[in-house]
Design a protein around this ligand. Structure first.
Ligand SMILES: Cc1cc2nc3c(=O)[nH]c(=O)nc-3n(C[C@H](O)[C@H](O)[C@H](O)COP(=O)(O)OP(=O)(O)OC[C@H]3O[C@@H](n4cnc5c(N)ncnc54)[C@H](O)[C@@H]3O)c2cc1C
Length: 455
């Protein structure tokens, strides 16, 4: 039986461990925390909302599903303001086949570790240090490192060209709240009757968005995410140290900067029974090598945030880790008795990089940058035509398919024409007319986006 060591019991490491153990491998999962500690004494690494293809990969790899417990994330809606107070473009759609859900990663890690143990997997509770790696690798056919953005990630070379950035682009915070309905009645100003992602993009300040979320306890709640441009008005988390302060800050930002959603949020409450129901931090977007070496020169393979740290703006990091785990799983099974050597590790990582990571990373970074002319044209067209709004929402399930139409003018026009059967210029003109009408309303009434409850 081939022996695989996996280091790090986040959502990426646990899915691969469980799937391999269930399929004829002997797995040793090294974790710096027990399953109980992950469940009760940590914050979730992030919202980790998954769109359909990632959920399907989880199920294919034998993970327990949560469909019967969590509300679906079944729509996506965007409100775009180039500046705070300038309500410009809004559109959204049901996600249809692209729908997914956000399940607390603490619950996922716990459930998968329990299942791994039931299947005969070996769980070793220790904080693995670089000096331990040669012994671990010597006793395994393959060592996979999934210790997140930090942990042992520095043992995998950072690719400066692929990474693009070398500093965090946003200061982040995330707060779980109860008291916003999860039965489809909240945010009727978005996609009515849905429990979808509500995005608010502000060209000058950053992004704030709400996602339906299945808490580790089984309670359906909402996850509020704040992506602050450094020095801007959302960048006010430095002194926040408690769940009460996090909730107060989140409430103030939601009320002041997303007043169109506030009527659905005014009864929200902090989750005081879970002191870890929030987090703040920064991510330097990074792409690392799939191949690393132990101090003694043995090959190791990176997975999840250890390979790629995405800014959370497009909600792709967890999904990418799942897709990567699925790709590794297939490659491991297909390898037969062949060695998991440096050449195989590099080839396997490059396969999933080309197939999923490169386009997903590019899509994510596009949302961090000022909107270029072609993305502006696409958003204007989405505002005009519901069919395009639906296509745009669904692209979050397969971000590499956003290219070239999201960045190249000719391709954008082809995309608009193909999905509407109309002349692209006419669609964009209709969107521009809607924008102008909205700007008039914005000037006269001080608002333009639909409100959750009309005054
Ligand atoms: C605010 C925010 C919102 C997000 N929203 C989304 C979203 O909507 N959709 C999405 O797809 N992604 C999202 N993400 C990203 C997503 O949460 C992460 O990509 C994902 O959870 C990372 O999983 P992982 O298993 O790779 O790493 P981690 O969850 O970081 O797991 C690593 C594990 O390794 C352990 N470890 C570390 N060092 C060692 C060691 N030396 N020895 C043993 N164990 C060790 C850690 O304790 C941890 O348990 C978001 C992130 C943030 C910050």
């Amino acid at each position: 039986m081939r022996r695989i060591s996996v280091i790090g019991a986040g959502q990426a490491g646990t899915i691969l461990s469980m799937a391999l153990q269930a399929n004829g491998f002997q797995v040793d999962l090294y974790t710096d925390k027990t399953a109980e500690e992950i469940l009760h004494e940590t914050s979730p690494t992030g919202t980790a909302a998954l769109f359909h293809r990632s959920v399907a990969t989880e199920l294919r790899l034998g993970c327990p599903g949560y469909d019967d417990k969590g509300v679906p994330m079944d729509a996506l809606h965007v409100c775009f303001s180039p500046k705070i107070g300038q309500e410009l473009v809004h559109f959204g759609s049901a996600l249809g086949d692209a729908a997914g859900g956000a399940v607390d990663v603490r619950r996922k890690s716990y459930d998968r570790m329990v299942r791994l143990a039931e299947l005969g997997g070996n769980i070793v509770v220790t904080s693995v240090q670089p000096d331990d790696l040669d012994d671990i690798a010597a006793g395994s056919d393959l060592t996979v490192v999934s210790t997140g953005k930090y942990g042992l990630s520095s043992l995998f070379a950072r690719d400066a060209r692929r990474s693009v950035y070398d500093t965090p682009q946003r200061n982040l915070a995330m707060v779980l709240v109860r008291g916003i309905p999860t039965d489809g009645t909240a945010f009727p100003n978005r996609v009515e009757g849905s429990t979808g992602v509500c995005f608010n993009l502000f060209g000058d300040a950053g992004e704030i968005f709400w996602v339906p979320f299945l808490h580790k306890s089984g309670e359906n709640v909402w996850c509020l995410v704040f992506e602050a441009k450094p020095g801007g008005p959302f960048d006010c988390w430095a002194d926040v140290t408690t769940v009460e302060q996090a909730f107060a800050t989140a409430s103030r930002l939601a009320r002041d900067y997303a007043p169109w959603d506030w009527p659905s949020m005014r009864n929200m409450e902090p989750m005081l029974d879970d002191p870890h129901s929030w987090l703040k931090g920064r991510v330097t977007p990074s792409v690392r090598s799939g191949l690393g070496t132990t101090p003694g020169g043995r090959p190791m393979m990176s997975l999840g945030d250890t390979s790629v740290a995405y800014d959370p703006v497009a909600g792709q990091g967890a999904g990418s880790g799942i897709r990567q785990a699925g790709h590794y799983f297939d490659a491991l099974l297909a390898r037969g008795d062949g060695p998991f050597d440096a050449e195989w590790i590099t080839r396997t990582f490059e396969g999933v990089y080309e197939e999923h990571i490169a386009g997903t990373y590019r899509f994510t970074n596009l949302l961090l940058e000022p909107l270029g002319k072609t993305p502006q044209r696409v958003l204007t067209a989405c505002f005009a035509d519901q069919r395009l709004a639906t296509r745009f929402a669904q692209v979050f399930d397969a971000p590499p398919t956003a290219f070239p139409w999201l960045t190249e003018r000719a391709a954008a026009d082809r995309w608009i024409g193909e999905h509407t059967g109309r002349r692209p210029g006419a669609v964009v003109a209709a969107g521009t007319a809607k924008i102008l009408a909205g700007q008039v309303r914005n000037t006269l009434r001080g608002s333009h986006f639909p409100r959750a409850v009309s005054a």
